[in-house]
Each structure stands twice: as C-alpha cells, then as structure tokens.
Design a protein around this ligand. Structure first.
Ligand SMILES: *Cc1c(COP(=O)(O)O)cnc(C)c1O
Length: 426
C-alpha cells in the first residue's frame, strides 16, 4: 500500500483475504470482459472506423460520417438492428424520454412490468405532476407491482391482454432500490409473455447500469428498444455526456424524429468535436465495466467479512454494476461516503454532507470525485438517509483505484468506531 494512504494493518490483512475469496468471481468477470472487448473490437472493425470519422461537424452537421459510423458500432456491440448515439442526449432520463415520446401517441397506453420506474421517470410519465409529461399528451400509464423478493409478478403479467398496450416497459437495474436487478434471460422470459399475448406490443428496456455486464444485451433477448446513459457503463468513463437508444430499426428511426425534428431525424446534429471521445469511450467500455464489477465484488467480499449485509453477495452473478451495502445507520452512511470521497482522484479533499435533493423525500449523502460531473461509471456512492440506511456503490475506472476507495471507506468507518473489532482480528 502506498504510504500516502493510512490503512489499519488488520484491515489490510482482511482486505487481502477478501480479495483471495473474490478470485474465482474475478475470473468469471474477466472472461466476460474479454468476450465483450473482442465484440467491441469486432464492432469497430466491421464498421470500418477510421481516423477521418473523428472530424468535427458544426451547424446542422449534415453528412457527418463519424456520427453514422458510431451508431453502427453501438448497434453491433449491442446486438441490435440500429442505434442512435448522441452527445445531445443530456442524460439517461432524456434518452428514455425521447424513446417514450418517439413511440407513444395520444390515446396510447403503456405499462411497466417492473413496478414503479426509476425516480426521474415519474415526471416524464406524469405520476408526478410535471409540465409536458406523457399524461398531458393523453398517454396513459399502468404498472404491475413487483411480487415477493422484488421479482416481476409473472403470474399477474401472464394474465394481461397486451394488445391494449403500445409499450411494455422493463427496468433492468435495481436503480437505488433493494429489488434484485433483472438478468437478460429474465427479460427474455417477460418479452416472451408479452409477445405471446400480442406480437405488436413493443418491449422497451431501461438498460441503465447494465451494459456489458453480460455477454449480450436485452436487444438480443426479445427487447424491441432500449436506452441508457453514456456517463454510465457504455461511455467507458471517457464520453463527456450523452446517451443512446438501440433496437429495431423502424423504432430507432421514430425516436430520431423525436430527438431532432420530424423530417430531419438522424440526418442532422453537429458532433462539435465529440466524436473521438465517444469512439474511445465505446472502445474502453467493456473493460471499464469489468473493472467496476471487480470493485463491487471486492467491496461486497470485504464488507461481508466486516459483518454488513451486501446485495448482491460477492458470490452472486451480476447484471449491473451496483452494489448495495446495508450499513444500518445515518452516521455510518456518512462515514462510508467520506471514505469513498477520500479515494477519488478529483475533489478528494471534499467532505460529503447530507443534503436535500430534488426528487427525494429524505436527505441524501453522496461521494463523487469524478472527471465527469455526475458520472457513476467512476467510483461513486449515494446514500439516502433513511431506513434501511443503505449505501449504493458503483463504478471504478480501474480496479486498483476502486479497491483503494473501498478500503478508505472501511478505514473511515473504523476511525469512527463503527467496525466490529472481533471481525477485524480473525
Ligand atoms: C441512472 C438511471 C437512469 C437515468 O438517470 P440519469 O441520471 O438521467 O442518467 C434511469 N434508470 C435507471 C435504472 C438508472 O439507474
């Protein structure tokens, strides 16, 4: 350990043990990373990416070859017919919003199969009042609540007549809740139920935090359309902003008409010099996701040994990069986030404090010392100050620094007297 970081000797020994226990799971992650990295290389090669594609366009951005080729790279890597990848998507929520508005029309109904969606989507749907919501445009929404253990209620879903709905919506990742995330084959099972009832009902997936965790994406498992953020997994920690929509060509096309204008669609949109970073981010994404996953596995192994409940457990298979650590107290959450912040390359001297956040009914404490503001593919932690006092940890551009951040979080808890001495001594 570099002398700059002061870690308790007992904690270091425990960390070495945790890492040893994690080895077989690291091996699995590395195997998937290798495959996905090859897939990405194949995507670049088959799309014929060339240095000239990094050139910037301005104004309307007519005839920007790089923009079109980048779409092809992602479509290939996602196993999708088509993709729309743009820095103009301001967030993952924006990409999901464009997809919903691109497909749904007044009088249409859509239904969520995975309970209430992620917080920021509430105002898009209109379950939280907001100007310009789908509800205002005459689109109605229903949801099937999650069943026991946070799993989709397949029994209830099997009884639905999907011909009444334009979209069946599935959220892959737990987001910041304690339900388990959905694996691609579970998504396929749901898509099969929908299609059996009505082949024309569009299966749409919120794929945030899931990209490149498995060897295939929901679009290879019956999803017609999916969307996500480039400052999470698929931007590889390099894309400065942006999002994507991928899926069936005809649907992606409709979304492009919503992103820009009916008529112009994907033919316009200046890349302003972002292309090189977006290509590089795509190229790095499978590897960076592997590093984030190893960081999460290490964190869960260590914190389980320290006596905290972690989900997923370090032995469990994963379909997203989020690790939930049940710390069991407000002061512990604060100490944890302060430790993670100390392990950041940027703003490591900042002390996180709980604060009110728009969209949350409790205060939230966050650790985020990132090159890209709000990037959660970089090591970060979010913790709403409420029962069951859980820290959501994600990201890590490389395992070595991610591991250091996790150790500093444990050290911070130790310094506040929140670690069980007996567990440290074994
Ligand atoms: C991050 C996330 C989103 C989109 O969030 P943005 O902050 O707008 O990028 C949507 N759904 C889930 C499950 C997410 O994790």
């Amino acid at each position: 350990m570099h002398p700059y970081f002061k870690i308790d000797e007992k904690l270091k020994r425990l960390a070495a043990e945790a890492e040893e226990k994690a080895q077989p799971y690291f091996k699995c992650i590395e195997e998937t990373t290798r495959y996905n990295q090859q897939k990405m290389l194949a995507a670049f090669s088959s799309a014929g990416v060339s240095e000239s594609h990094f050139a910037e366009s301005t104004g309307y951005g007519y005839g920007d070859r790089g923009r079109d080729i980048l779409d092809k790279v992602y479509a290939y890597a996602f196993g999708a017919e088509d993709a729309l990848v743009r820095h103009n998507f301001v967030s993952g929520t924006h990409a999901l919003t464009v997809a919903l508005f691109g497909i749904l029309r007044p009088g249409d109904k859509f239904i969520s199969l995975t309970g209430t969606p992620y917080d920021t989507i509430h105002s898009v749907i209109g379950i939280k009042k907001a100007s310009g919501s789908l509800e205002e445009f005459g689109v109605s929404y229903e949801e099937v609540p999650l069943a026991a253990f946070g799993k989709p209620d397949t029994e209830a879903i099997s009884k639905i007549d999907f011909s009444k709905y334009k979209i069946a919506y599935i959220q892959r990742s737990r987001g910041y809740s304690l339900r388990p995330s959905l694996f691609c084959d579970e998504i396929e099972e749901l898509a099969n139920i929908v299609k059996k009832s009505s082949p024309s009902c569009i299966v749409m997936v919120d794929n945030c935090y899931g990209e490149f965790v498995e060897k295939t994406e929901p679009t290879s498992h019956g999803a017609d359309l999916m969307a996500g953020s480039l400052i999470k997994n698929p931007g590889g920690g390099i894309a400065k902003t942006g999002g994507y929509i991928a899926g069936r060509e005809e649907l992606v096309e409709r979304c492009a008409y919503r992103l820009t204008t009916p008529g112009t669609g994907r033919e316009i949109g200046a890349t302003l010099g972002h292309s090189r970073e977006m290509f590089m981010g795509a190229f790095h994404a499978p590897h960076v996701v592997g590093e984030a996953l190893k960081t999460a596995v290490f964190a869960s192994a260590l914190f389980e040994m320290l006596g905290f409940e972690c989900t997923p457990r370090f032995t469990e298979p994963r379909t997203d990069i989020i690790e939930a650590i049940l710390l069991g107290g407000a002061e512990k959450l604060i100490a944890f986030c302060r430790g993670i912040q100390r392990g950041a390359p940027v703003d490591s001297f900042v002390t996180p404090e709980p604060a009110d956040m728009p969209g949350y009914d409790s205060q939230v404490v966050m650790a985020a010392g990132a090159f890209t503001l709000g990037a959660s593919i970089e090591l970060s932690a979010d913790a709403p100050i409420r029962e069951p006092y859980t820290a959501f940890l994600q990201g890590g551009l490389n395992y070595h620094s991610g591991r250091t951040g996790v150790l500093l979080a444990a050290q911070s808890l130790l310094e506040k007297g929140f670690l069980d001495e007996e567990r440290l001594s074994v």
